[in-house]
Design a protein around this ligand. Structure first.
Ligand SMILES: NC(=O)C1=CN([C@@H]2O[C@H](COP(=O)(O)OP(=O)(O)OC[C@H]3O[C@@H](n4cnc5c(N)ncnc54)[C@H](OP(=O)(O)O)[C@@H]3O)[C@@H](O)[C@H]2O)C=CC1
Ligand SMILES: O=C(CO)COP(=O)(O)O
Ligand SMILES: [Zn+2]
Length: 353
């Protein structure tokens, strides 16, 4: 039964492979990517890949301007919009991790120009998604934004990124297990619209990553290829769903609360990975799949405890007991679990001692 029409926005060009940065000019032949680009980046991505991209843009006659937005996500988006207006940007291009990609995605959407995503770390599944997260704003979860017109994912650069960034990306994929469970629960208990294709793609992406966990090794370009393909697939599932539902359930609510409550939050992927352990327990109890999730995270060298995240036990309990307040999204947390239940779940799963 067709309930509604839907826009499924996907990138027009996705290039993944060795040294693809050196052919970025070919990806920019899209008519929407004309005029002067504003490059949005951070100091480290600029160092590891930015100058190669700038050289390519200049060589293909694009005369790039550069901005390295600082401060909160919102101020960074404002800074980027101002810089884009000052240089009369024809399109935006982000080089970096999730933060510059989200800032550029949000700014491009606001201005109404095209956007190119050049990830330098396989650390999150926002590379192609039609979502932009503002982890330090009032709205902690992602909001709708147009996906990139083009993605240039250079596996050499991605393989050379710090291992903790790769394990964060893997954990963000493993979180799809509980995200899809929560989405199915919302369909059963709240008659929420559910996409079989987006749900199956998201779960399959997590399953394939876990099946390949033993071949994901530090510094190997083949490993970067596996992880970045999973991240792209998860982002496409979000675009098919028209929301982050396939990749964001109670485990993400837990992480977004940690972003608010913790003095020094950990990487997004690492936080959602630990959240997936305890949310799996809440879904299926002590004999359920929470130990499989923990084993999968251990296999890809991602954190499985609050201590490994650098988060104290009480903050983890607070985050889990109040995570339902982050957004109006039905999950296994329902209208909120008690502090004692949160402590019990975190303790049984060894997330806290
Ligand atoms: N929109 C979406 O659909 C999604 C968005 N997200 C968002 O993505 C963010 C998480 O992404 P994440 O990448 O972890 O966070 P960041 O973008 O903050 O990157 C983490 C750190 O890695 C550094 N870095 C990036 N590339 C390299 C490299 N090649 N070598 C060395 N260091 C590098 C960055 O440097 P520098 O500080 O210089 O940039 C930064 O210090 C969160 O804000 C999250 O909400 C997550 C999932 C989905
Ligand atoms: O991180 C995300 C998917 O991995 C986006 O999810 P949110 O909508 O919860 O921010
Ligand atoms: Zn995520």
């Amino acid at each position: 039964m067709f309930e509604k029409s839907t826009w499924i926005r996907l990138p027009r060009t996705v290039r993944v492979g060795h040294d693809v940065l050196d052919s970025i000019g070919e990806a920019l032949d899209d008519p929407a990517l004309n005029g002067r680009p504003l490059v949005v980046t951070g100091p480290i991505p600029r160092e590891v890949a930015g100058d190669r991209v700038l050289d390519q843009l200049t060589a293909s006659g694009h005369d790039p301007a550069v901005v390295e937005p600082k401060g909160t996500s919102y101020s960074a988006v404002e800074t980027t919009i101002e810089a884009a207006r000052e240089c009369d940007a024809g399109y935006l291009l982000a080089i970096g991790g999730g933060r510059p990609i989200d800032i550029a995605k949000m700014a491009a959407d606001d201005i109404g120009v095209g956007f190119v995503s050049v990830p330098t770390a396989p650390s999150h599944d926002g590379i192609v998604s039609g979502r932009a997260s503002m982890p330090d704003g009032d709205t902690r979860h992602s909001v709708a934004a147009d996906p990139p017109l083009a993605v240039i994912a250079d596996t050499r650069v991605l393989a050379d990124a710090p291992w903790r960034l790769t394990t964060a990306g893997c954990a963000d994929i493993i979180s799809n297990y509980t995200a899809v469970r929560d989405w199915e629960l919302a369909r059963r208990l709240r008659n929420e619209t559910y996409s079989e294709y987006a749900g199956a793609l998201s779960r399959m992406t997590a399953e394939m990553l876990v099946e390949n966990a033993d071949s994901i090794k530090q510094g190997l370009e083949e490993s970067a290829w596996i992880v970045v393909k999973a991240l792209l697939s998860s982002g496409v599932a979000m675009s098919i769903a028209g929301s982050s539902r396939p990749a964001s359930g109670a485990e993400h609510l837990f992480s977004h609360q940690l972003d608010r409550l913790a003095d020094d939050p950990a990487l997004h992927g690492h936080q959602v990975g630990v959240g997936t352990i305890v949310v799996a327990y809440l879904h299926s109890g002590p004999d359920g799949f929470w130990e499989d999730i923990r084993a999968a995270l251990t296999a890809i060298d991602a954190p499985t405890t609050a201590a490994e995240l650098g988060i104290d036990p009480e903050t983890a309990v607070d985050a889990l007991a109040t995570a339902h307040r982050i957004r109006d999204r039905y999950t296994i947390l329902g209208d909120g679990i008690s502090r004692s239940a949160a402590r019990e779940a975190l303790t049984v799963t060894d997330v806290i001692e």
